[in-house]
Design a protein around this ligand. Structure first.
Ligand code: FE2
Length: 430
Protein backbone atom coordinates (compact mmCIF):
# COMPACT_ATOMS: atom_id res chain seq x y z
CA UNK A 1 0.00 0.00 0.00
CA UNK A 2 1.64 3.26 -1.07
CA UNK A 3 1.00 6.70 0.39
CA UNK A 4 -2.07 8.04 -1.31
CA UNK A 5 -3.60 4.58 -1.76
CA UNK A 6 -7.25 4.42 -1.01
CA UNK A 7 -8.32 5.69 2.36
CA UNK A 8 -10.43 2.56 2.72
CA UNK A 9 -7.31 0.32 2.64
CA UNK A 10 -5.82 2.41 5.41
CA UNK A 11 -9.07 2.36 7.38
CA UNK A 12 -9.24 -1.44 7.02
CA UNK A 13 -5.69 -1.75 8.33
CA UNK A 14 -6.58 0.52 11.25
CA UNK A 15 -9.64 -1.58 12.04
CA UNK A 16 -7.63 -4.80 12.03
CA UNK A 17 -4.95 -3.16 14.15
CA UNK A 18 -7.52 -2.04 16.74
CA UNK A 19 -9.20 -5.46 16.82
CA UNK A 20 -5.87 -7.24 17.25
CA UNK A 21 -4.76 -4.93 20.05
CA UNK A 22 -8.13 -5.35 21.78
CA UNK A 23 -7.98 -9.16 21.65
CA UNK A 24 -4.63 -9.08 23.48
CA UNK A 25 -6.21 -6.97 26.23
CA UNK A 26 -9.18 -9.33 26.39
CA UNK A 27 -6.86 -12.33 26.75
CA UNK A 28 -5.15 -10.63 29.68
CA UNK A 29 -8.35 -9.37 31.29
CA UNK A 30 -8.86 -12.35 33.65
CA UNK A 31 -5.33 -12.00 35.03
CA UNK A 32 -4.26 -10.26 38.22
CA UNK A 33 -1.04 -8.25 38.27
CA UNK A 34 0.55 -11.24 40.06
CA UNK A 35 -0.72 -13.73 37.45
CA UNK A 36 0.66 -11.49 34.72
CA UNK A 37 4.09 -11.07 36.34
CA UNK A 38 5.10 -14.72 36.93
CA UNK A 39 7.56 -16.32 34.52
CA UNK A 40 7.15 -20.08 34.94
CA UNK A 41 10.33 -21.02 33.05
CA UNK A 42 12.96 -19.30 30.88
CA UNK A 43 11.15 -20.24 27.64
CA UNK A 44 7.88 -18.65 28.66
CA UNK A 45 7.32 -14.95 29.31
CA UNK A 46 5.01 -13.18 31.75
CA UNK A 47 1.69 -12.03 30.29
CA UNK A 48 2.60 -8.48 31.29
CA UNK A 49 5.79 -8.76 29.25
CA UNK A 50 3.81 -9.88 26.17
CA UNK A 51 1.48 -6.88 26.58
CA UNK A 52 4.48 -4.58 26.81
CA UNK A 53 6.75 -6.14 24.19
CA UNK A 54 4.07 -6.00 21.47
CA UNK A 55 3.66 -2.28 22.25
CA UNK A 56 7.43 -1.81 22.15
CA UNK A 57 7.44 -3.34 18.65
CA UNK A 58 4.94 -0.77 17.35
CA UNK A 59 6.46 2.12 19.25
CA UNK A 60 9.99 1.33 18.05
CA UNK A 61 9.58 0.31 14.44
CA UNK A 62 6.68 2.58 13.48
CA UNK A 63 6.19 5.51 15.87
CA UNK A 64 9.85 6.19 16.69
CA UNK A 65 11.14 5.51 13.19
CA UNK A 66 8.35 6.97 11.06
CA UNK A 67 6.50 9.65 13.04
CA UNK A 68 8.46 12.92 13.22
CA UNK A 69 8.59 14.34 16.75
CA UNK A 70 7.27 11.20 18.46
CA UNK A 71 8.57 10.91 22.02
CA UNK A 72 8.88 7.51 23.70
CA UNK A 73 6.33 6.84 26.44
CA UNK A 74 9.21 5.99 28.78
CA UNK A 75 12.80 6.02 27.55
CA UNK A 76 13.83 3.29 30.04
CA UNK A 77 11.33 0.71 28.90
CA UNK A 78 12.84 -0.38 25.55
CA UNK A 79 15.63 -2.02 27.58
CA UNK A 80 13.01 -4.10 29.39
CA UNK A 81 10.83 -5.05 26.45
CA UNK A 82 13.16 -5.57 23.48
CA UNK A 83 13.09 -9.34 22.99
CA UNK A 84 16.10 -10.28 20.89
CA UNK A 85 16.85 -7.47 18.41
CA UNK A 86 20.60 -6.88 18.51
CA UNK A 87 20.06 -3.89 16.24
CA UNK A 88 18.13 -2.25 19.11
CA UNK A 89 20.96 -2.68 21.58
CA UNK A 90 21.23 -4.06 25.10
CA UNK A 91 18.23 -5.62 26.79
CA UNK A 92 17.00 -7.29 29.95
CA UNK A 93 17.92 -10.99 30.20
CA UNK A 94 15.12 -13.23 28.99
CA UNK A 95 15.17 -15.62 31.99
CA UNK A 96 14.77 -12.60 34.31
CA UNK A 97 11.56 -11.24 32.79
CA UNK A 98 9.60 -12.57 35.76
CA UNK A 99 11.52 -10.24 38.09
CA UNK A 100 9.82 -7.15 36.65
CA UNK A 101 7.21 -6.35 39.29
CA UNK A 102 7.30 -2.82 37.89
CA UNK A 103 6.08 -1.22 35.70
CA UNK A 104 2.71 -2.45 36.90
CA UNK A 105 0.08 -4.11 34.75
CA UNK A 106 -1.94 -0.88 34.82
CA UNK A 107 1.06 1.15 33.67
CA UNK A 108 1.58 -1.27 30.79
CA UNK A 109 -2.10 -0.93 29.85
CA UNK A 110 -1.71 2.87 29.88
CA UNK A 111 1.28 2.52 27.55
CA UNK A 112 -0.78 0.34 25.21
CA UNK A 113 -3.52 2.98 25.08
CA UNK A 114 -1.02 5.72 24.31
CA UNK A 115 0.67 3.68 21.56
CA UNK A 116 -2.70 2.72 20.05
CA UNK A 117 -3.87 6.33 19.94
CA UNK A 118 -0.60 7.47 18.35
CA UNK A 119 -0.75 4.68 15.77
CA UNK A 120 -4.32 5.49 14.75
CA UNK A 121 -3.42 9.20 14.45
CA UNK A 122 -0.35 8.39 12.37
CA UNK A 123 -1.83 5.75 10.04
CA UNK A 124 -3.23 8.01 7.29
CA UNK A 125 0.13 9.73 6.81
CA UNK A 126 2.47 6.75 7.06
CA UNK A 127 4.69 5.84 4.07
CA UNK A 128 4.28 2.45 2.42
CA UNK A 129 7.31 1.00 4.20
CA UNK A 130 5.79 1.88 7.58
CA UNK A 131 2.40 0.46 6.63
CA UNK A 132 4.16 -2.81 5.83
CA UNK A 133 5.59 -2.71 9.35
CA UNK A 134 2.12 -2.09 10.80
CA UNK A 135 1.03 -5.32 9.08
CA UNK A 136 4.10 -7.06 10.48
CA UNK A 137 3.24 -5.66 13.91
CA UNK A 138 -0.27 -7.10 13.69
CA UNK A 139 1.07 -10.53 12.70
CA UNK A 140 3.69 -10.27 15.46
CA UNK A 141 1.04 -9.43 18.05
CA UNK A 142 -1.04 -12.42 16.93
CA UNK A 143 1.95 -14.67 17.53
CA UNK A 144 2.26 -13.22 21.01
CA UNK A 145 -1.45 -13.79 21.67
CA UNK A 146 -0.83 -17.51 21.25
CA UNK A 147 2.30 -17.31 23.41
CA UNK A 148 0.39 -15.37 26.07
CA UNK A 149 -2.12 -18.21 26.34
CA UNK A 150 0.46 -21.00 26.38
CA UNK A 151 2.61 -19.09 28.86
CA UNK A 152 -0.29 -18.43 31.22
CA UNK A 153 -1.14 -22.14 30.98
CA UNK A 154 2.46 -22.90 32.01
CA UNK A 155 2.16 -20.35 34.83
CA UNK A 156 -1.11 -21.70 36.26
CA UNK A 157 0.16 -25.28 35.89
CA UNK A 158 2.83 -24.44 38.49
CA UNK A 159 0.16 -23.82 41.13
CA UNK A 160 -0.86 -26.94 43.12
CA UNK A 161 -4.35 -25.45 43.48
CA UNK A 162 -4.72 -25.91 39.70
CA UNK A 163 -6.45 -22.58 39.10
CA UNK A 164 -8.36 -22.06 35.87
CA UNK A 165 -7.63 -19.16 33.56
CA UNK A 166 -11.36 -18.85 33.02
CA UNK A 167 -13.91 -21.23 34.48
CA UNK A 168 -17.31 -22.27 33.22
CA UNK A 169 -16.64 -22.04 29.53
CA UNK A 170 -18.58 -24.30 27.24
CA UNK A 171 -15.73 -24.53 24.75
CA UNK A 172 -13.37 -25.92 27.32
CA UNK A 173 -15.49 -28.96 28.07
CA UNK A 174 -14.55 -32.12 26.24
CA UNK A 175 -17.32 -33.25 23.94
CA UNK A 176 -17.41 -36.61 25.66
CA UNK A 177 -16.23 -37.36 29.15
CA UNK A 178 -13.85 -40.27 29.30
CA UNK A 179 -14.81 -43.00 31.73
CA UNK A 180 -12.04 -44.64 33.69
CA UNK A 181 -12.24 -47.61 31.33
CA UNK A 182 -11.85 -45.38 28.29
CA UNK A 183 -9.04 -43.47 29.87
CA UNK A 184 -7.35 -46.67 30.95
CA UNK A 185 -4.72 -48.52 29.09
CA UNK A 186 -5.65 -50.55 26.06
CA UNK A 187 -3.76 -53.60 24.83
CA UNK A 188 -1.19 -53.06 22.08
CA UNK A 189 -3.19 -54.83 19.39
CA UNK A 190 -5.72 -52.03 19.53
CA UNK A 191 -2.99 -49.69 18.39
CA UNK A 192 -2.59 -51.35 15.05
CA UNK A 193 -6.36 -51.51 14.79
CA UNK A 194 -6.70 -47.81 15.45
CA UNK A 195 -4.03 -46.91 12.97
CA UNK A 196 -5.66 -49.12 10.37
CA UNK A 197 -8.84 -47.15 10.95
CA UNK A 198 -7.03 -43.94 10.20
CA UNK A 199 -7.95 -42.39 6.90
CA UNK A 200 -4.83 -41.87 4.81
CA UNK A 201 -4.53 -39.30 2.06
CA UNK A 202 -2.45 -40.26 -0.98
CA UNK A 203 0.35 -37.71 -1.05
CA UNK A 204 1.37 -35.72 -4.09
CA UNK A 205 4.37 -37.18 -5.90
CA UNK A 206 7.08 -35.58 -7.99
CA UNK A 207 7.80 -31.87 -8.18
CA UNK A 208 5.50 -29.59 -6.20
CA UNK A 209 5.70 -25.90 -5.32
CA UNK A 210 5.85 -24.78 -1.71
CA UNK A 211 6.29 -21.42 0.00
CA UNK A 212 4.23 -18.26 0.10
CA UNK A 213 2.30 -17.07 -2.92
CA UNK A 214 3.25 -13.62 -4.12
CA UNK A 215 0.04 -11.95 -2.90
CA UNK A 216 -0.91 -11.38 0.71
CA UNK A 217 1.14 -11.22 3.88
CA UNK A 218 3.76 -13.86 4.62
CA UNK A 219 6.85 -13.86 6.81
CA UNK A 220 10.18 -13.64 5.02
CA UNK A 221 11.03 -17.25 5.94
CA UNK A 222 8.09 -18.50 3.82
CA UNK A 223 9.74 -17.15 0.68
CA UNK A 224 10.75 -17.64 -2.02
CA UNK A 225 8.22 -20.08 -3.39
CA UNK A 226 10.18 -22.94 -4.89
CA UNK A 227 10.04 -26.52 -6.06
CA UNK A 228 10.36 -29.57 -3.82
CA UNK A 229 10.56 -33.22 -4.85
CA UNK A 230 8.12 -35.59 -3.12
CA UNK A 231 8.48 -39.36 -3.07
CA UNK A 232 5.47 -41.71 -2.89
CA UNK A 233 3.81 -41.34 0.51
CA UNK A 234 0.56 -41.12 2.43
CA UNK A 235 -0.39 -38.55 5.03
CA UNK A 236 -2.88 -39.07 7.85
CA UNK A 237 -6.30 -37.51 7.50
CA UNK A 238 -6.35 -36.48 11.15
CA UNK A 239 -4.03 -35.94 14.09
CA UNK A 240 -3.05 -38.59 16.64
CA UNK A 241 -5.57 -38.66 19.49
CA UNK A 242 -5.22 -38.78 23.26
CA UNK A 243 -6.68 -42.30 23.17
CA UNK A 244 -3.96 -43.46 20.83
CA UNK A 245 -1.35 -41.80 23.02
CA UNK A 246 -2.72 -43.64 26.05
CA UNK A 247 -2.12 -46.87 24.13
CA UNK A 248 1.45 -45.77 23.40
CA UNK A 249 1.99 -45.15 27.12
CA UNK A 250 0.44 -48.48 28.06
CA UNK A 251 2.63 -50.28 25.56
CA UNK A 252 5.72 -48.91 27.29
CA UNK A 253 6.44 -46.36 24.60
CA UNK A 254 8.29 -44.07 26.99
CA UNK A 255 10.38 -47.00 28.30
CA UNK A 256 11.48 -48.45 24.96
CA UNK A 257 14.81 -46.90 23.93
CA UNK A 258 14.65 -48.40 20.44
CA UNK A 259 11.77 -46.05 19.63
CA UNK A 260 13.69 -42.90 20.48
CA UNK A 261 16.25 -40.71 18.81
CA UNK A 262 19.48 -40.57 20.79
CA UNK A 263 18.87 -36.93 21.78
CA UNK A 264 15.30 -37.85 22.68
CA UNK A 265 16.46 -40.72 24.88
CA UNK A 266 18.84 -38.38 26.71
CA UNK A 267 16.03 -35.86 27.10
CA UNK A 268 13.69 -38.51 28.52
CA UNK A 269 16.27 -39.52 31.08
CA UNK A 270 17.16 -35.97 32.02
CA UNK A 271 13.59 -34.71 32.33
CA UNK A 272 11.91 -37.89 33.57
CA UNK A 273 9.18 -37.52 30.96
CA UNK A 274 6.52 -40.25 30.95
CA UNK A 275 3.51 -38.55 29.35
CA UNK A 276 2.47 -35.34 27.55
CA UNK A 277 3.33 -32.21 29.50
CA UNK A 278 0.07 -31.54 31.33
CA UNK A 279 -1.23 -35.06 31.90
CA UNK A 280 -1.88 -35.43 35.63
CA UNK A 281 -2.93 -39.08 35.71
CA UNK A 282 -4.27 -41.62 33.25
CA UNK A 283 -7.54 -39.80 32.80
CA UNK A 284 -6.98 -36.10 33.53
CA UNK A 285 -4.89 -33.23 32.29
CA UNK A 286 -4.37 -29.62 33.29
CA UNK A 287 -5.87 -27.10 30.90
CA UNK A 288 -6.72 -23.39 30.76
CA UNK A 289 -10.05 -24.46 32.30
CA UNK A 290 -8.24 -26.20 35.18
CA UNK A 291 -8.09 -29.98 35.61
CA UNK A 292 -10.27 -31.69 33.01
CA UNK A 293 -10.94 -35.27 31.89
CA UNK A 294 -8.81 -36.23 28.90
CA UNK A 295 -10.99 -36.60 25.83
CA UNK A 296 -9.69 -39.74 24.08
CA UNK A 297 -10.99 -38.53 20.73
CA UNK A 298 -9.31 -35.10 20.84
CA UNK A 299 -5.86 -34.57 19.32
CA UNK A 300 -3.03 -35.15 21.77
CA UNK A 301 -1.24 -31.90 22.63
CA UNK A 302 1.85 -30.64 24.44
CA UNK A 303 4.22 -33.26 23.08
CA UNK A 304 7.78 -32.59 21.97
CA UNK A 305 9.32 -33.43 18.61
CA UNK A 306 11.11 -36.31 20.32
CA UNK A 307 7.83 -37.73 21.56
CA UNK A 308 6.12 -37.19 18.21
CA UNK A 309 8.97 -38.98 16.43
CA UNK A 310 8.96 -41.91 18.89
CA UNK A 311 5.20 -42.29 18.63
CA UNK A 312 5.40 -42.34 14.85
CA UNK A 313 8.04 -45.08 14.94
CA UNK A 314 5.97 -47.11 17.39
CA UNK A 315 2.94 -46.74 15.10
CA UNK A 316 4.87 -47.99 12.08
CA UNK A 317 4.81 -44.56 10.50
CA UNK A 318 6.90 -41.39 10.43
CA UNK A 319 6.37 -37.65 10.65
CA UNK A 320 5.58 -35.83 7.40
CA UNK A 321 8.12 -33.54 5.83
CA UNK A 322 7.27 -29.87 5.64
CA UNK A 323 6.80 -30.15 1.86
CA UNK A 324 4.54 -33.21 2.16
CA UNK A 325 2.33 -31.44 4.67
CA UNK A 326 2.11 -28.24 2.66
CA UNK A 327 1.41 -30.05 -0.62
CA UNK A 328 -1.33 -32.13 1.03
CA UNK A 329 -3.17 -29.15 2.50
CA UNK A 330 -2.35 -26.38 0.01
CA UNK A 331 -5.99 -25.97 -0.93
CA UNK A 332 -7.47 -26.42 2.57
CA UNK A 333 -9.08 -23.28 4.00
CA UNK A 334 -6.76 -22.05 6.77
CA UNK A 335 -9.60 -20.07 8.33
CA UNK A 336 -11.55 -23.25 9.07
CA UNK A 337 -10.94 -25.29 12.19
CA UNK A 338 -10.67 -24.90 15.96
CA UNK A 339 -8.73 -21.66 16.32
CA UNK A 340 -8.77 -18.64 18.60
CA UNK A 341 -11.68 -16.25 18.08
CA UNK A 342 -11.96 -14.61 21.49
CA UNK A 343 -10.59 -14.80 25.02
CA UNK A 344 -11.47 -18.28 26.25
CA UNK A 345 -9.79 -21.34 27.79
CA UNK A 346 -9.02 -23.01 24.48
CA UNK A 347 -8.49 -26.77 24.19
CA UNK A 348 -8.05 -29.10 21.19
CA UNK A 349 -11.30 -30.80 20.23
CA UNK A 350 -12.21 -33.79 18.07
CA UNK A 351 -13.17 -33.38 14.46
CA UNK A 352 -10.97 -30.50 13.33
CA UNK A 353 -9.08 -30.14 10.06
CA UNK A 354 -5.40 -29.51 9.32
CA UNK A 355 -5.62 -25.92 10.60
CA UNK A 356 -6.49 -25.71 14.27
CA UNK A 357 -6.36 -27.70 17.52
CA UNK A 358 -2.61 -28.47 17.46
CA UNK A 359 0.48 -27.48 15.53
CA UNK A 360 1.86 -30.54 13.82
CA UNK A 361 5.53 -31.46 14.04
CA UNK A 362 7.28 -32.21 10.78
CA UNK A 363 10.58 -34.06 10.33
CA UNK A 364 11.95 -30.96 8.53
CA UNK A 365 14.55 -28.73 10.13
CA UNK A 366 13.77 -25.01 10.09
CA UNK A 367 16.19 -23.91 7.38
CA UNK A 368 16.20 -21.16 4.75
CA UNK A 369 14.38 -21.86 1.52
CA UNK A 370 16.62 -21.68 -1.57
CA UNK A 371 17.18 -17.99 -2.27
CA UNK A 372 15.92 -16.83 1.16
CA UNK A 373 16.61 -13.19 1.95
CA UNK A 374 15.71 -11.68 5.33
CA UNK A 375 13.72 -8.44 5.45
CA UNK A 376 15.77 -5.25 5.31
CA UNK A 377 16.70 -3.55 8.57
CA UNK A 378 16.44 -4.66 12.18
CA UNK A 379 13.20 -6.59 11.54
CA UNK A 380 15.37 -8.88 9.41
CA UNK A 381 16.25 -10.46 12.78
CA UNK A 382 12.65 -11.64 13.08
CA UNK A 383 13.10 -15.16 11.62
CA UNK A 384 16.36 -15.85 9.85
CA UNK A 385 18.67 -15.89 12.85
CA UNK A 386 16.72 -18.78 14.40
CA UNK A 387 17.46 -21.21 11.59
CA UNK A 388 19.49 -23.59 13.71
CA UNK A 389 18.39 -26.43 15.99
CA UNK A 390 14.65 -26.01 15.41
CA UNK A 391 12.00 -28.10 13.66
CA UNK A 392 9.13 -26.85 11.48
CA UNK A 393 5.53 -27.22 12.62
CA UNK A 394 2.61 -26.78 10.24
CA UNK A 395 -1.07 -25.91 10.55
CA UNK A 396 -2.39 -23.86 13.45
CA UNK A 397 -3.59 -24.54 16.99
CA UNK A 398 -6.64 -23.79 19.11
CA UNK A 399 -4.66 -20.80 20.43
CA UNK A 400 -3.76 -19.40 17.00
CA UNK A 401 -5.85 -16.32 16.18
CA UNK A 402 -8.13 -17.17 13.28
CA UNK A 403 -6.81 -15.64 10.08
CA UNK A 404 -3.18 -15.80 11.17
CA UNK A 405 -2.12 -19.03 9.47
CA UNK A 406 -1.84 -20.25 5.88
CA UNK A 407 -0.49 -23.36 4.11
CA UNK A 408 3.01 -21.88 3.78
CA UNK A 409 3.19 -20.84 7.46
CA UNK A 410 6.36 -22.12 9.16
CA UNK A 411 6.10 -22.33 12.92
CA UNK A 412 9.29 -23.53 14.60
CA UNK A 413 10.46 -24.72 17.99
CA UNK A 414 13.41 -26.69 19.38
CA UNK A 415 12.77 -30.45 19.49
CA UNK A 416 12.33 -30.58 23.28
CA UNK A 417 9.75 -27.76 23.44
CA UNK A 418 6.26 -28.84 24.41
CA UNK A 419 4.58 -25.99 26.22
CA UNK A 420 2.91 -24.94 22.98
CA UNK A 421 -0.17 -26.71 21.61
CA UNK A 422 1.97 -29.19 19.66
CA UNK A 423 0.65 -32.47 18.33
CA UNK A 424 1.24 -35.17 15.76
CA UNK A 425 0.07 -35.99 12.23
CA UNK A 426 1.54 -39.19 10.83
CA UNK A 427 2.83 -40.00 7.36
CA UNK A 428 4.03 -43.22 5.71
CA UNK A 429 6.13 -44.12 2.72
CA UNK A 430 3.94 -45.64 0.04
FE1 FE2 B 1 8.17 -10.72 19.66
Amino acid sequence: MARGDSASDCAALGTRLAATRQLTLDLAAPLSDADATIQPNPDASPAKWHLAHTSWFFETFILRDHVPGYRLHDERWPYLFNSYYEGEGERHARPRRGMLSRPSLDEIRDWRRAVDAALQRALPGLPAAALKLVELGIQHEQQHQELLLTDILATLAENPLEPAYIRHCEEAKPTRQSSSAEAGLLPPDRVRGRNDEMEWIEGKEGLVEIGAMSDGFAFDCERPRHQALLHPHRIAGRCVTNGEWQEFVADGGYRTPALWLSDGCDWLGREGVRSPLYWRDEGHHFTLAGRQPIDPDAPVDHVSYYEADAFARWAGARLPTEAEWEAAFASADPRQGHQLDRAAPVLPRPGGGPFGDVWQWTQSAYLPFPGFRPEEGTVGEYNGKFMSGQMVLKGASCATPRGHSRPSYRNFFPPAARWQFTGVRLAQDA
